[in-house]
Design a binder for this molecule. Sequence first.
Ligand code: ATP
Ligand code: MG
Length: 633
Amino acid sequence: MHSETFTIGLGNNNTAVRKEASEDYVAFWAREAQKLTWFKKWNKILQWDPPFARWFVGGTINASYNALDVHQNRQKIAILWEGENEDRKVITYGQLHDHVQRFSNALKSAGVGKGDRVTIYLPMVPELIVAMLSCARIGAIHTVIFSGFSASSIKDRVVDSKSKVIITADGGYRRGSIVKLKDTVDSAIDGLNFVEKVVVLKRAGNQITLGNKDIMWDDFVKNATDKCDAEQLPSEHPLYILYTSGTTGKPKGVLHDTGGYLTHINSTFRWAFDIKESDIYFCTADIGWVTGHSYVAYGPLICGATMVMYEGAPDYPTPARMWDILQRYRVTIFYTTPTALRMFMKFGDAIPNSYDLSSLRLLGTVGEPINPEVWKWYYKTIGKSRCPIIDTWWQTETGGMMLSPLPGLETIPLKPGSAAFAIPGVDIAVVDENGSEVPPDTKGYLIIRKPWPGMLLSLWGDDEKYRTVYWSKYKDCYYTGDYSIKDSDGYFWLLGRADDVLKVAGHRIGTAELESSLVSHRSISEAAVCGVPDAVKGEVIIAFVVPKEGVKVTDELRAEIIKAVRDDIGAIATPQQLYFVSKLPKTRSGKIMRRLLKAIASNEKIGDVSTLEDGAAVNEVQAAFDDLKKQMG
Ligand code: ATP
Ligand code: MG
């Protein structure tokens, strides 16, 4: 484990919260829930019939109401929106409120009611948030699909959720070209008779054809008024279905409630980001993923924050785009992914150094383990050694953050590459195969031992799968599927997916350990490792690395990198082969898909690739393996 620490906080030290949480987590969450606005208070805080938890039973609430109606200052800016093509919009809380009420009325007129599913397939435009909050307002269940998905991926999700309305746009901008979203929806829903209506926002102005189910957004809302009371919904009423990234397999339709979820998001947003009236918050996640749901759409809005929302690719038209946005809007809180940071790092320090990033006061990451090397780069080059970094571990299923430093609550020494501690009121442990907690500094599986408010209700329409995926490995404990270690100071380190763990000569090595070592080499920007079956050692390690800009790839460099890993982790961790590739196979949310490497390496079927970003990356890996096989005879 990386031993260096950085003690930098924001001056908060509220010890009462952790104390209350450890005394009685159920009562603690009830106190947190009271920070939201309820129409009617619950009569039971938690109903726990493992593996089904229901929070704040008997209470009624509305997500849209908590995001909009509760805010007194209608002039406050909610969204500073920037299109990829530099279109800009500023939207106040008052305007957002009006838009949402109007769109809610239009949905109602179209026959959408409580419990109906609505698929949203839009680029990162403010109307995406309007559509979500409108569904929430009338009790419809939204299911947002990332706008990079293909027709067949949309079809699977629309069929699974049986959505009767789809909300989309003519097109969206991605790297300067127009992605034809409406055309994709047309092919996705061809023959799906249960889809009654498609609402089309005009965004890119590309040519589209309107069929008899289709209506343009402006026509849809034309006769609707902007007064629509929020439905008083039971706390456990489903707010949304969201399909997971598909890093480990076929995406799962995760179903979230309203009251528990909002409680979790409201509290974690404040604890993690220390949000203040004057903050300008910017989370780069697409709303198509859970980070976008929890910490772009719901988190900042229920806290009444001002956010930057950006439509396009982070490196378009140049790798300076993000820094330009941070400088121009005077962003104070920046939340992004390790994969984006590795990409920025690859282009060198000169680019961010030429921007004024002095407004920043807090940095965060989510989605994958952050390599200590990348953490330190983020800390020094972007944060200028002034800003705490929060490495937040959580999942679509957990709804919100579960492990993270919480500078809004307390100041702790930060360890680069560690997600620190569980949030208050959450019980997480590292256990062995039998479910016994392992001693400090020992690797094991990450599990959650008590229900938490952001917890998924189930998988949509599949309680059985919900039981088997998350609750069958350990009795009444939620299995995360992640491999982890808790050090002797109690800090959690995520070592990668349990499915991807390498078993070499009797040792179990998490992918993150090896990849962090590879990435710490000055010429490497990204790395992915996997095991190939071997008669003697069980598995041998194969590494794929992406060199930094301008690095000359040679056999000497290869040998030098292999030696560095060996020196760093030990002889058992020596990669058998190391390949230079120009890109790694990733999900559309930017996560490395190691299962593809493994499948190719083991000559197995590749499985579901609907969430794969770029098929060319797989071909490159395949070619590398073919080459390896030839060499090994
Ligand atoms: P699927 O479940 O379909 O395979 P997925 O797990 O990638 O997809 P998400 O819910 O988007 O879908 O991702 C959650 C996972 O991302 C976690 O289980 C963990 O493996 C990884 N992850 C998220 N944040 C962190 C973090 N801060 N450190 C390490 N890993 C993280
Ligand atoms: Mg997962």
